[in-house]
Structures are given as C-alpha cells and as structure tokens.
Design a protein around this ligand. Sequence first.
Ligand code: SAH
Length: 222
Amino acid sequence: MVSFDKNDKYEILRAKMVKNHLMRRDISDPAVLDVFRRLPRELFVPAKYAEDAYGDFPIPIGIGQTISQPYIVALMTQCLRLNDRCTVLELGTGSGYQAAILAMLAKKVYTIERLPMLSEGAQAVIGDLGIENVEFYIGDGSKGWPDYMEFDRIIVTAAMPEVPAAINRQLKNNGLLVAPVGGPLYQDLLVIEKKDGTLYSKNVCSCRFVKLIGKYGFDETA
Ligand code: SAH
C-alpha cells in the first residue's frame, strides 16, 4: 500500500472533505473513504488553486478542462465496486486524480488522455507519489485501449453521446462501466453491467462533464 506524508497541512482539510462532502451524502464504502482521506488532492490542481483543492466544486486544470468535484469522483469510484484483482480502463486522465484513486483500490489502471500536456502532468504527479500501477496512453479514448484488451471495470470521466461499441467490447463479462452519457451540457451518470454478454444500465443521477472529443465522442465544436 502506498503511504503519503501524514503530517502535511492539508490533512485536516482532507478529513473535512471526506466528512462534509462524502459521508454526509451517500458515500459509505470504507475503502473508498480511506483513499480519499489519504490521497493529496492539492498536488493534482494548479498551485494557485491548492487552497481550494478540498472544496466540493470542479477546478480548472488548464486547456479548458476540469478536475471533477470530490463527490462525483467518489460516487463514480464507489459505483465501480473495486477490489485488488480488478483491471480498470479510464477515459479522460485529466489531472490524474481519479486515476490515482482507482490505482489505490484496483490491481492496475490504464488511462487515456487526448491532450499530451495533461497526460504528462498526471504522469509526473502519479510518479512522484510512488504509485506504480498506472499505465498512460495519449490518444483518442473513444476507440478504447489501443491494444485490444478486456477490463473488469471501465470509467469515463468526460461526457459521451452514447457508449461506443468499441468500449462496450472491452468490458469483461460481469464487468461494470460508469459513464456520463447524454448531451454536451448535461448527462445522466450511468452504471452499466455486462451479464452473459448483455448490457444492463442504471441511471444514478444527472451530471455535468466536459466533452469526450473523438471519433466516437463529440466534435470539438459540438
Ligand atoms: N479524470 C480527470 C478529469 C477528467 S476531465 C481527473 O481526475 O482530473 C476530462 C478529460 O477528458 C479532459 O482532460 C479531456 O482532455 C479528456 N478527453 C476528452 N476527450 C477525450 C478522448 N477522446 N480521449 C481521451 N481523453 C479525452
């Protein structure tokens, strides 16, 4: 298990975030709460926003992209019901915060980002933290992981008009996929389970993500 500096000045803010924004809502999985108490979120936002890192709102991470509010990251993580045997595909590395959270709960995380600058930043932070079970790819995640693979879990952290067939194909049987699906402004957060090759979808809540831009996502201009 990766351990981080416990005496940093953000520890109190982190504990408050978990209590006020996660536990007071519907985040109750002890393993999920534990990783949110440990991972230093301030390292994943631009330095000028470090003091705001534990507020329950999205924060700009550059190039028009945002790191999701902690509650949404926690909700999506909890919906994935992870264990240390799971392989996870993430579309939309962004700051790398969600990837790091997943890496602390799963066996291995494969994460795709279309913007090289963001992927490189995420690789640096995750590397500095000593988290070693994350593989990065720069490219269009709407086409799935470039070498065909099947994953126990898939998480999409950008809005998509529908889940592309290429992504559904990379989900293992009995696997879970969580994704914001809908229009460019508002989406439904869906949890999709694959059982005997059939997909069963459950709508968790409405949400607002930046667009997944790519072949099976939105156009840049949509
Ligand atoms: N999970 C991130 C937040 C992601 S914001 C975090 O924890 O910080 C959504 C990200 O998806 C943005 O960085 C955006 O550049 C990226 N993105 C958009 N379209 C994409 C695509 N087709 N493939 C991969 N990444 C994409």
